[in-house]
Design a protein around this ligand. Structure first.
Ligand code: NAD
Length: 368
């Protein structure tokens, strides 16, 4: 049955438009194989929106985002806008979208492709085969808790931040982690600091309750400090790792190192709204984007690695459109291309000339 999906494309700044173009071309090539059509509409976010509208996300583009089946984003930011106050900087557009769309779960898979195991700063035999997913709670915890302020009295300066979680916030993200584990290798690690923090004590309690409903999935708790060590000493022992906002911010960046280049990594930010489109299996609404930023140092030079964006497009097929087989096709094409030694400069083999963003995109499309 022919299917059409409406995707809002927010290419953003710097290398954003370069990698988004390749990802969309790959989507179209994959869609053509399965009678699936993508209707792309374009909006502005970040610096490009500031230049056009005076703010990093216009009301019209926010509405377009709400109406789309999914959102595909490049990257935001750059030195041109660094002097602006925090509320009007490019990143505020991203935060606004996450908040308005209720994107409470950030998924960052890290897969070490065999061909790239030696590109990691860690030893080849440690990272080879690593394939994990960090599931980070995105809308609660320390980054949003009140009070969060600085004060001053006669004794000196003080500051406070607050780490609140309601059981419903913990339950929905841990549930999601278990559902994801069932689509992967059936293991969940819940990360906390339950030996010290009350918020982590509640997190552990709720995670244990949710785990009881998924007795087919292997489950473990890990303290965030020792987990940070395990992540680089035995990364292959993890599958899905679920944690609160701050821990996820830190551990997902640590995990990113495993893959060898920032340019390789995809991400999804999801909410739990049921699909709006009858007849699809689509379980989740989401925004998909590569992990890297706008990379102003290489923007406009055709050097950006498009794989992070292309794998983000693959995640969109899997999670928002229920097209798992097509997602597998893209993932395999990426692996085959890397195996063939076709790589951008960030992951190029010594002595082998790197290809451009467009050439790597084309090589992946050829293998679909
Ligand atoms: P960055 O991710 O843009 O770049 C870090 C390094 O990685 C650079 O050397 C860059 O050349 C390299 N790199 C990044 N993406 C690459 C790719 N696809 N292929 C090859 N190499 C790649 O981070 P930064 O330099 O700290 O930030 C630059 C701008 O991006 C800043 O304005 C920052 O605020 C913004 N930023 C945006 C996002 C986002 O949009 N989600 C995330 C991080 C940073």
């Amino acid at each position: 049955m022919a299917q059409t999906f409406n995707v809002l494309r927010l290419s953003g700044d710097g290398v954003g438009p370069e990698v988004v173009a390749e990802a969309c071309a790959v989507l179209e090539a994959a869609g053509a194989k399965a009678d699936v059509t993508f209707e792309f509409s374009d909006g502005l976010i970040g610096g490009s929106a500031i230049d056009a509208h005076g703010k990093p996300l216009s009301d019209e583009d926010l509405q377009q985002a709400k109406d789309a089946d999914a959102i595909f984003l490049g990257a935001v930011g750059g030195p041109k806008w660094d002097h602006l106050p925090k509320e009007t900087r490019p990143e505020a557009g991203l935060l606004g979208l996450r908040k308005e769309l209720g994107l409470f779960a950030n998924l960052r898979p890290v897969k070490v492709f065999d061909a790239l195991a030696s590109a990691s700063p860690l030893k080849d035999d440690i990272v080879r085969g690593a394939d994990l997913m960090v599931v980070r709670e995105l809308t609660g915890g320390l980054y949003f808790g009140q009070p969060s302020k600085r004060t001053q009295d006669e004794t000196g300066r003080s500051a406070v931040d607050t780490l609140p979680y309601h059981e419903s916030e913990i339950e929905r993200i841990v549930e999601l982690a278990f559902k994801l584990a069932r689509q992967r290798r059936n293991k969940v690690t819940s990360v906390d600091k339950a030996n010290v923090l009350n918020s982590s004590g509640l997190w552990r309690e709720i995670a244990t309750e949710v785990a009881a409903k998924y007795d087919d999935v292997e489950f473990e708790h890990a303290l965030v400090d020792s987990c940070a060590m395990s992540l680089i000493s035995r990364p292959t022992s993890f599958d899905v790792m679920v944690m609160e906002n701050l821990f996820g911010d830190i551990l997902s960046d640590e995990a990113a190192v495993l893959a060898g280049s920032l340019g390789m990594l995809p991400s999804a930010s999801l909410n739990g709204k049921p699909p709006t489109r009858p007849g699809t299996e689509a379980p989740l609404f989401g925004m998909y984007e590569p992990v890297h930023g706008s990379a102003p140092d290489i923007a406009g030079q055709g050097k950006a690695n498009p794989v992070g964006a292309i794998l983000s497009a693959s995640m969109m097929l899997r999670f928002s459109f229920g097209l798992r087989e097509l997602s597998d096709v893209i993932d395999r094409a990426v692996g085959d291309t890397l195996d063939a030694g076709i790589r951008t400069g960030d992951i190029a083999l010594a002595g082998t000339p790197p290809v451009s963003t467009v050439e790597l995109g084309a090589a992946i499309r050829e293998r679909i």
